[in-house]
Design a protein around this ligand. Structure first.
Ligand SMILES: Nc1ncnc2c1ncn2[C@@H]1O[C@H](COP(=O)(O)OP(=O)(O)OP(=O)(O)O)[C@@H](O)[C@H]1O
Length: 470
């Protein structure tokens, strides 16, 4: 009887398995083809690169000495070895999982006895050659494997754009900056940071960088902005015109006006210092985070040298300007040195990189520094500090090529070295849209505080006036 034929049943079952396997294979191939066809030209190249990397890995790993040799036979091999011949040592090839993005490949490679981070890092230049990458970096984020990032194209040379989404950022005071030389996102946590300096030759992207911070943060009720733009006499002449209504204060290049603004902010700093414990119940605002009632205050000082530069001359007008500049520097120093715990952040930008553009006593207390292209090694040092001399690859004097407009070198006091970042361009129209939809959030942070008497003298404060809660 045909129905009871066991070979027939096994055959049918086998056909079914083959059919399912074929269907899976076809489904998987279609998925890949669709993915490939939908990708842009750069990503397609990366997909082909990833296939090549996977295909050649076994051979390449052996040639680059990234394999290990296991001379000890396994129990199974010993059992199977009935003819008594010596058992061949096993060559262990590290596992490799490869993914891709527009810039190149990201591979996770397994570690083996004697083959770890150090060996992979040594092999990185050869991996770059074999995989046809501009750069390869090897890092380790967990024991047992390493991440190999290979970029076929230099992400620093590809201009990008950023469209702000107009919603409150998920993370408080997180500054999304762009991508590094391996196309990895770079952001800086500006909580607890009192000052940031931004330097660079004209037209290299300083304003666009600050525009992004404004666009991303403006929808948040926990932030208020003030701006001193030394490039213009009136707001409508400059880059921040669209933002004026989202700012509780704006001044142009008038030193006296700027002086008034800085004094207002120093008063705010002193009031907040007097009130922080009473109002927030903590000594530092960052213990509870900024809020609508106690917002983070961001002061942008663009073309900072306008307000601080030395005025030389003995006529009364020059003397007055010199005195104002000196006082401005002292006031801004106060904000940077004492503003952190009460939620004040100062961002200073300048085209000029000399000691009087951003006085070194202010620059050195700003934990984050960024510099776009610079013309001379001295200017790079003035912008980023002496350490930049030890990091020639990251030196902003190498960013003068027009392809690097929008690329900055950054140092952060919490980590050694410098990171080069491709910052995106934020077209004015997109920034204006955000400014318009968020200007109802503007409030002067001083108006949000209870009254404080700032005139009482505190004998413990070096003879200066200290505020006393009223
Ligand atoms: N991140 C960027 N990517 C690509 N192009 C950019 C970027 N940032 C700025 N640009 C281009 O450079 C021009 C000048 O940029 P921006 O005004 O930001 O420079 P700046 O350094 O602030 O100059 P200045 O010191 O004169 O104010 C922009 O209009 C834009 O065309």
């Amino acid at each position: 009887m045909k129905d009871n034929d066991p070979t027939g049943g096994a055959f049918g079952y086998g056909l079914l398995v083959v059919g399912v396997a074929l269907a899976v294979l076809v489904g998987w191939s279609v998925w890949w083809v669709v993915r490939y066809l939908r990708a842009d030209a750069m990503t397609r190249q990366s997909i082909r690169q990833a296939v090549r990397v996977r295909r050649t890995w076994k051979r390449l790993a052996q040639m680059l000495k990234l394999c290990a040799t296991d001379k000890m036979p396994t129990a199974l091999a010993s059992l199977a070895n009935t003819d008594g011949k010596p058992i061949k040592p096993r060559i262990l090839v590290p596992t490799l999982k490869v993914t891709h993005d527009a810039y190149g490949v990201i591979a996770r490679a397994g570690c083996l006895p004697g083959v770890g981070l150090e060996q992979y890092q040594k092999a990185a230049p050869h991996l770059a050659d074999a995989w046809r990458c501009t750069r390869v970096a090897v890092t380790q984020d967990e024991p047992g494997s390493v991440v190999i990032r290979g970029v076929r194209l230099d992400p620093l040379k590809f201009p990008t754009e950023h469209r702000p989404i107009g919603t409150v950022p998920e993370k408080v005071a997180q500054w999304e900056l762009g991508v590094d030389e391996y196309a990895q996102p770079v952001s800086v946590d500006l909580r607890q940071v009192p000052g940031v300096t931004v330097a660079g030759l004209p037209g290299k992207g300083k304003t666009s960088l600050i525009n992004r911070l404004l666009s991303d943060w403006a929808p948040a009720p926990w932030v208020q902005f003030a701006c001193a733009d030394g490039k213009v006499s009136a707001a409508y002449e400059g880059d921040y015109y669209a933002w004026v209504k989202r700012m509780f204060a704006f001044v142009g290049d008038d030193l006296e006006e700027a002086n008034k603004l800085f004094k207002h902010l120093v008063d705010l700093r002193r009031k907040r210092s007097a009130l922080v414990l009473d109002v927030l119940g903590v000594k530092s605002m960052w213990d509870v985070g900024p809020s609508e009632k106690w917002p983070l205050v961001v002061l942008i000082v663009d073309e900072a040298h306008t307000y601080f530069r030395d005025h030389k001359g003995s006529d009364p007008k020059t003397k007055k300007l010199a005195a104002l500049a000196a006082e401005n520097a002292r006031l801004v120093e106060d904000l940077v040195k004492k503003g952190r715990s009460v939620g004040i952040l100062v961002i200073l930008a300048t085209q000029k990189s000399t000691g009087d553009a951003i006085p070194t006593f202010i620059r050195d207390v700003c934990p984050v520094g960024l510099s776009f292209a610079q013309k001379t090694a001295e200017a790079a040092v003035a912008a980023l500090g002496e350490d930049i001399r030890d990091w020639p690859d990251a030196n902003p004097i190498n960013l003068q090529d027009p392809a690097y407009v929008g690329v900055a070198s950054m140092n952060h006091q919490s980590q050694p070295g410098f990171t080069r970042i491709r910052t995106p361009y934020v077209p004015d129209a997109w920034a204006e849209e955000i400014a318009q939809t968020t200007n109802h959030l503007t409030a002067d942070p001083a108006d949000l505080l209870p009254a404080v008497d700032l005139t009482k003298e505190d004998p413990n404060d070096d003879g200066s006036m200290a505020p006393v809660a009223a």
